[in-house]
Design a protein around this ligand. Structure first.
Ligand SMILES: CC(=O)SCCNC(=O)CCNC(=O)[C@H](O)C(C)(C)COP(=O)(O)OP(=O)(O)OC[C@H]1O[C@@H](n2cnc3c(N)ncnc32)[C@H](O)[C@@H]1OP(=O)(O)O
Length: 414
């Protein structure tokens, strides 16, 4: 009997959850109440499964998301998540079938891009996705940071206050939305995501430890950022505290807030190590420390992958720091976004339209995804043989136009 790939019904949802848990190597039995808890937050018209003899053997879902592009505009994205194929059914094309259906529908819906956090690097390039934002995680050895251990709050007239989860549940989304308008690479968060983050909706098998929350308030009284962190309880044999604080979220609208919040986490008695969580590779953290070597990089990897579905809207939505023109020839084996496009940009705005004139650069659509948020360099891609440059110097020109002074940052796993 052939394996059927399609959207799932409400009655199949518990079996879909079991298959998802199996694919992610979690104990397969769906805990009591999990299905009822997740169903109201699940759009079944965007939840796919593959069924073999009535049993769910593959899962895939997407949901509406906004992605901030350089300049602060938010574009419509379809966020792909929960991708699994059971070990019995791998490498038979099930992911390709579900992905093909998703991308076609996403294009039809009018999404500008599709986004995902890739479990493994080699999976998604074949579908036109490229790594658009990388993540770096640091571990700070507080005792070597040379921060003043007598610090008891910001010296700029601002203040740090410990607050409750309910305060962050109220103010966090507002601060996060304001940051989204300032920082490209950020993605919108769902209401469920905030509830889970604050422990208000506990998800089975993701044991939740209540977090500490602190806000930074500027001298004028405005809350400009917050940090949420958890701490372990470790002491060495000599009765010395060796506790680690793990930052779960640190949102700062101003450099003053960023500085004060990091300094706060690095000044808590008993805390000797601070784990930063997902930050942009050019995060200020190491250089906020008098001795930046106290911040050791513990992770550096591709993180947010983007698949461009509408080249014109994607390139017109973002801003550019310089003025110039480029003709791009894009190959897209899936037939969704390929073609030849002329891009005219200046700090005042951008215009992009199909053209027949000779191209300056020729590349696969996945390479454009890596360039899109300003992170990757066209010169580097040319050196790697992933981009052709029929017009000499066009890759360097593309870098002048497309690259951004700050690197994109996506702190969220979704
Ligand atoms: C956004 C997210 O949810 S990320 C989470 C992704 N899920 C996981 O990592 C869970 C464990 N892995 C799995 O469930 C599956 O192996 C999946 C979903 C990654 C792949 O599903 P499959 O149905 O086996 O993929 P499918 O058969 O369609 O493969 C298509 C192509 O991709 C290749 N491919 C698939 N998975 C991988 C991989 N992990 N590494 C390298 N290549 C891969 C296949 O070899 C195939 O290549 P080919 O066309 O040259 O023959």
């Amino acid at each position: 009997m052939s394996v059927e790939a399609r959207t799932v019904t409400e009655s199949e949802f518990p079996d879909w959850l079991r298959a998802r848990r199996t694919g992610f190597l979690q104990p397969p039995a769906v805990p009591e109440g999990e299905s009822a808890k997740l169903l109201p937050h699940t759009d079944l018209t965007r939840t796919r499964g593959a069924f073999d003899a009535g049993r769910c053997v593959a899962t895939f879902r997407s949901f509406a998301q906004e992605l901030t592009v350089p300049g602060g505009a938010a574009i419509a994205a379809s966020a792909v998540s929960a991708v699994t194929v059971s070990p019995t059914h791998r490498r038979r094309g099930l992911l390709s079938r579900m992905m093909g259906a998703e991308l076609a529908e996403s294009k039809e819906r009018g999404d500008v891009v599709s986004t995902l956090i890739a479990a493994e690097y080699p999976i998604y390039g074949r579908y036109g996705y490229g790594p658009a934002a990388w993540t770096t995680e640091w571990t700070v050895d507080v005792r070597r940071s040379a921060l003043d251990p007598r610090w008891s709050g910001p010296g700029d007239g601002g203040r740090i206050d410990l607050v409750d989860a309910s305060d962050i549940r109220r103010t966090g989304p507002v601060l996060h939305d304001r940051l989204r308008a300032l920082r490209h690479g950020l993605v919108s968060r769902t209401q469920l995501g905030w509830d889970v983050r604050m422990g208000l909706v506990p998800l089975p098998d993701q044991p939740f430890t209540e977090r500490f929350h602190a806000t930074y308030r500027s001298a004028s009284g405005e809350v400009e950022g917050y940090v949420s962190y958890s701490a372990d309880d470790t002491w060495d044999d000599g009765k010395q505290p060796m506790n680690t604080a793990t930052v779960r979220d640190l949102i700062a609208l101003t450099p003053a807030a960023e500085r004060a919040l990091w300094h706060f986490v690095c000044s808590i008695d008993w805390i000797t190590l601070v784990k930063s969580g997902h930050r942009a590779p050019d995060d200020l953290l190491p250089l906020l420390l008098p001795d930046p070597r106290a911040a050791r990089v513990t992770t550096h990897a591709d993180f947010l992958w983007v698949r461009i579905l509408d080249v014109v809207r994607a390139l017109e939505a973002r801003t550019y720091a310089a003025s110039g023109s480029l003709v791009l020839e894009l190959h897209d084996p899936a037939g969704l976004a390929g073609g030849r496009f002329r891009l005219d940009v200046s700090p005042e705005g951008a215009a992009c339209a199909p053209t027949t004139v000779s191209p300056d650069l020729v590349m696969d659509v996945r390479e454009l995804a890596a360039l899109f948020l300003g992170d990757e360099s066209a010169v580097r891609l040319a050196a790697l043989g992933r981009l052709e440059e029929p017009t000499p110097g066009a890759a360097a020109r593309a870098d002048t136009l497309l690259r951004t002074s700050r690197r994109p940052w996506c702190p969220d796993v979704f």
